[in-house]
Design a protein around this ligand. Structure first.
Ligand SMILES: NC(=O)c1ccc[n+]([C@@H]2O[C@H](COP(=O)([O-])OP(=O)(O)OC[C@H]3O[C@@H](n4cnc5c(N)ncnc54)[C@H](OP(=O)(O)O)[C@@H]3O)[C@@H](O)[C@H]2O)c1
Length: 250
């Protein structure tokens, strides 16, 4: 075990749809990724979480309980991604929620920051799929994460929109080229998570989300349910599943 690796030694609950399955969640230490890791553990799966901040990793592993483990990793770093998967070894399902979103318009954004956001979210998911796919056992799957700005012109979201569109296109192509590994994407709308801004943004989010059919922002666990569905449904591949409270429909 390395210094950047954390393990929870509590015993795993018996049963569940993911009993005996090993699920890697890149970005699984906060927000939607952490909720997905919790949902996997609740289904009896063994979960491996990874993110950049070792403190986030240790806290998540402690909270996740049964046989969770974690690694510090910047998935945008190609060499680190390759080394991570070599260390993790064979597993069943890959979920990639890691991202740091740049909410700036084309004319306002620092272009180095814009490139860095592609490195983390788009190239991060490419790295995860490239180095993770060869280790996925038969019956396994990949769930990528985009966002509804791929298909909706949201002001100040030029770069997330482009990244999310690229991920959805990537996902459909990978569903064909990596078969029989199933590849799906979950596309969240407004979800109230720590990374999406703390108390101030949370209030803004609630106000904006009042106009969508659901009348409120989503919860991380509502996206996590969709991720578990995509992992466990053997006929789902090439799907982009919107969990957006009706935002795209309105
Ligand atoms: N929340 C929303 O409203 C919303 C809407 C549309 C799409 N999405 C998408 O859903 C996904 C999850 O969003 P979220 O709101 O749950 O985000 P979040 O709360 O900020 O959590 C992001 C997680 O990813 C990790 N991370 C970030 N960059 C990383 C990197 N380069 N390498 C490894 N780990 C990294 C973070 O931990 P560390 O800080 O420790 O690295 C954290 O655990 C993202 O792709 C986001 O764009 C979210």
């Amino acid at each position: 075990m390395t210094q950047s690796q954390a393990t929870n030694t509590a015993s795993r609950p018996a049963g569940g749809r993911l009993a005996g399955q090993r699920v890697v969640v890149i970005g699984g230490t906060r927000g939607i990724g952490f909720a997905a890791a919790q949902a996997v553990a609740a289904e009896g799966g063994e979960v491996v979480v990874a993110s950049r901040n070792p403190g986030h990793v240790a806290r998540a592993v402690a909270a996740l309980g049964p046989s969770a483990s974690g690694h510090a990793l910047d998935i945008g770093d190609r060499q680190a991604a390759a080394a991570f998967f070599a260390q993790v070894g064979p597993f069943d399902h890959l979920v990639t929620t890691a991202a740091q979103v740049l909410r700036k318009s084309l004319l306002e954004a620092d272009l180095d920051e814009a490139r860095a956001s592609f490195e983390g979210k788009f190239w991060g998911q490419v790295h995860a799929a490239r180095f993770g796919a060869p280790l996925i056992r038969p019956g396994g799957s990949i769930v990528l994460v985009s966002g509804i700005s791929s298909r909706r012109g949201l002001g100040g979201m030029a770069f997330p929109s482009a990244i999310n569109g690229a991920i959805e296109a990537l996902s459909r192509s990978l569903a064909v080229s990596l078969a029989p590994i199933r590849v799906n994407t979950v596309s969240p709308g407004y979800i109230d998570t720590p990374g999406h801004g703390g108390a101030e943004r949370s209030a803004v989010l609630k106000k904006v989300a009042a106009a969508i059919p659901a009348g409120r922002p989503g919860r991380p666990e509502e996206v996590a349910q969709a991720i578990v569905y995509l992992i466990t449904n053997p006929f789902s591949t090439g799907t982009v599943l919107d969990i957006d409270g009706g935002h795209l429909a309105s």
